[in-house]
Design a binder for this molecule. Structure first.
Ligand code: C5P
Length: 241
């Protein structure tokens, strides 16, 4: 049982829908189609560069939980000031790349900003990265080792949770314990296309592995009926709980 104050309560709470669409109009359409069927809306880079930051504040103002997937990584002072400004936006989750120094700066900024309702998530290793991709980027050793080291660094820094592949969730739960949120993208209901994701899992298996929040994008947003696709994922989550 998760002890973290950001713990989800219902199956719907656990479903995170990324608004990975080209503009705010398309985001509004997707939100209208899935309203009440999704726990958290995630705004990532695509929409951030097309009016998504204002829209994130609007969604939060309307009472939605919003996940600002900004994946911060910069010098400490810049991260500190960014987190202080993000803390004023009414967001529920924000992502920071899981570099120890960067996470320490973010945690300290959040403490100073006195924003207890904002959960800082450390991005361990992107779920689109394979072992070969990491080797090409200069990292040695298995992906799992890097994910584990970064998760432990996130805990040491005082982060609220981590983002990792669902295939790593059971190991992460074992080493992190019950007081950090585990968020897993790379979720693919049976029969849906993996696309560019590499380390994928079904919603039910991700829940059984100990994941708290499942990020399910294209299987919902590209479905002919996004509402039905979201409901199907929630039903699968509920059955696995
Ligand atoms: O469409 P799909 O389900 O692959 O969307 C996954 C979402 O999760 C995207 O918005 C992507 O940016 C995000 N994400 C990820 N892997 C991470 C962190 C975030 O896929 N490690």
């Amino acid at each position: 049982m998760l002890m973290n104050r950001f713990a989800p309560t219902t199956a719907i709470d656990r479903l995170v829908l990324p608004l990975d669409v080209p503009n705010v109009d398309a985001a509004r359409t997707l939100v209208a189609a899935t309203n009440g069927r999704v726990g958290v809306y995630k705004i990532g880079m695509e929409l951030q560069f097309a009016g998504g930051l204002d829209y994130a504040c609007e969604l939060a103002g309307d009472g939605h939980k919003v996940f600002l997937d900004v994946k911060l990584l910069d010098i400490d002072n810049t991260v500190t000031q960014a987190v202080k400004n993000i803390a004023k936006m009414g967001m529920t989750f924000v992502t920071i790349h899981a570099y120890p120094k960067t996470m320490r700066a973010a945690v300290e900024a959040l403490r100073e900003a006195d924003a207890p309702d904002l959960c800082l998530l450390g991005v361990t290793v992107l779920t689109s990265m394979s072992e070969d991709d990491l080797a090409a980027a200069g990292y040695r050793g298995p992906v799992a080792n890097l994910v584990e080291a970064r998760a432990l660094d996130a805990r040491t820094a005082g982060m609220g949770g981590i983002v990792c592949a669902a295939t790593e969730a059971d190991r992460m739960r074992a080493i992190l314990g019950d007081d950090m949120v585990i968020v897993t993208p790379g979720i693919r209901p049976a029969g849906s296309a993996a696309g560019d994701q590499r380390r994928v899992m079904t919603p039910a298996d991700a829940i059984r592995a100990g994941s708290d929040y499942l990020v399910v994008g294209r299987p919902i947003s590209k479905a002919a009926d996004p509402a039905a696709a979201a409901d199907a994922v929630v039903t699968e989550i509920a059955a696995a709980l």
